[in-house]
Design a protein around this ligand. Structure first.
Ligand code: FAD
Ligand code: EPU
Length: 336
């Protein structure tokens, strides 16, 4: 639980950019967290998970605390569901594999997403037609100022697309300690995302199973997304923008190939990658900062780019998308 000063963060963010924390420590019990918060009560605090959705554009002038609370336990069972609680510091994919190996269904489409349990509700992580909110039961979080544990139910979390109460009114207020997921005993397969069906056919997987879906998702992701161990990145840098239906029709009239998905409220979610690619950014590189050659929504660090260089590239991309399509992109990555 030793706190280090002026601590390098390069290994603690998947962009691999260099920045320093004034203070850096880790905790794996609430008691340790409490002690650290008391000792550094004057410092602003940032809770860090796997660092896979964060961009340090400058040094952090405060205390960074890495949550290392690990555990996976089945806490309850009923006729249809298994309730599994995982510590915030547990690796997300490790948890998914635990579920797959035990035939607990619901998270197979979310295989291989980097990062830890604690950030999963924060971001309402999602992929291939499934989001955390679909399997979320509750979580426990520690109020950093009031020094008390608060329980959050599904409604309390106010989940939205890559959004939750922890990015809105409760931003920077809580350390998420553990999350309880409600998994299904009888799988409800979700293969509506076209690429999964194609991959399953290619795999000649035979009968549908959560194991086969998980493997299909892993195959698709590895073929499309850069591995942060090789090229620094934080997944999609921007969210896919949502526009009202009438705006989409107008865009479609001018750009017949524009890619969009209908939403239940009549709006349309645009593929930001398509907008960015049309602006000519795909494969662009300036110094070591770039826009990935296979996925235009992913900004990358080829080696020694600074957080500021990546951030500035993001700003230029936003500006050109706005000029060409009159559509505003919003960052998905948390900028520090
Ligand atoms: P961090 O980056 O450490 O933190 C993210 C934010 O959450 C920060 O603001 C941090 O302060 C806060 N936070 C973290 N832990 C806690 C805690 N315990 N309590 C309070 N606040 C906390 N995301 C998707 O949704 N879908 C994808 O398909 C996807 N694909 C990706 C692919 C790649 C190659 C990469 C690199 C990223 C991808 N991401 C994806 C983004 C990322 O994996 C998720 O957002 C993930 O949940 C981040 O987890 P983390 O532990 O690394 O969070
Ligand atoms: N496309 C392009 N150019 C590209 C890439 C994609 O035009 O370079 C178009 C294609 O038409 C494609 C469409 O964009 O059909 C959508 O692409 P993809 O299926 O790769 O998904 P995405 O919208 O880029 C989203 C999530 C991902 C998630 C995948 C799969 C967001 C911001 N991103 O990406 O999540 O894994 O769908 O569900 O919603 C993340 O959040 O970090 C992340 C990686």
């Amino acid at each position: 639980m030793q706190v280090q000063q002026n601590y390098p963060l390069q290994k603690y963010n998947t962009f691999g950019v260099q920045a320093y924390a004034k203070y850096f420590g880790a905790f794996n019990t609430i008691e340790d967290l409490l002690l650290l918060l008391k000792e550094y009560s004057k410092e602003s605090t940032l809770i860090l998970g796997g660092g896979s959705n964060i961009l340090f554009t400058k040094n952090y002038d405060g205390l960074i605390l890495k949550n290392e609370m690990k555990s996976i336990q089945t806490v309850h069972e009923d006729e249809d569901h298994i309730y599994v609680r995982a510590g915030a510091g547990e690796n997300w994919h490790h948890f998914v594999m635990h579920c797959i190996n035990n035939n607990f269904a619901g998270v197979e489409n979310l295989s291989l997403i980097p990062g830890n349990i604690g950030a999963s509700p924060m971001q309402n992580i999602g992929a291939y037609g499934v989001e955390i909110k679909d399997v979320f039961h509750s979580l426990e979080a520690f109020h950093l100022k009031e020094k008390k544990i608060v329980n959050f139910t599904l409604n309390d979390c106010e989940f939205g697309y890559r959004n939750s109460v922890f990015k809105k009114k409760d931003k920077d207020q809580f350390a998420i300690l553990n999350v309880t997921y409600r998994l299904n005993k009888k799988p409800q397969y979700n293969i509506s995302y076209g690429a999964i069906k194609e991959e399953l056919e290619k795999m000649e997987a035979g009968e549908l199973s959560i194991q086969a879906i998980s493997q299909a998702v892993i195959n698709i992701r590895t073929s499309k997304l850069p591995d942060p161990n090789i090229i620094g990145n934080a997944g999609s840098f921007f969210k896919n923008p949502e526009v009202p239906g009438h705006e989409f029709h107008e865009l479609k009239r001018i750009h017949p190939n524009i890619v969009g998905y209908n939403l239940k409220d009549g709006g349309v979610k645009l593929a930001a990658a398509w907008l960015i690619e049309q602006c000519g950014w795909k494969g662009f590189r300036r110094g070591d900062a770039g826009c990935h050659e296979k996925q235009a929504l992913v900004l990358v660090n080829y080696g020694n780019a600074s957080g500021k260089q990546i951030y500035d590239l993001g700003k230029e991309i936003k500006q050109s998308v706005k000029e060409k399509f009159a559509v505003e992109l919003e960052n998905e990555v948390n900028i520090i």
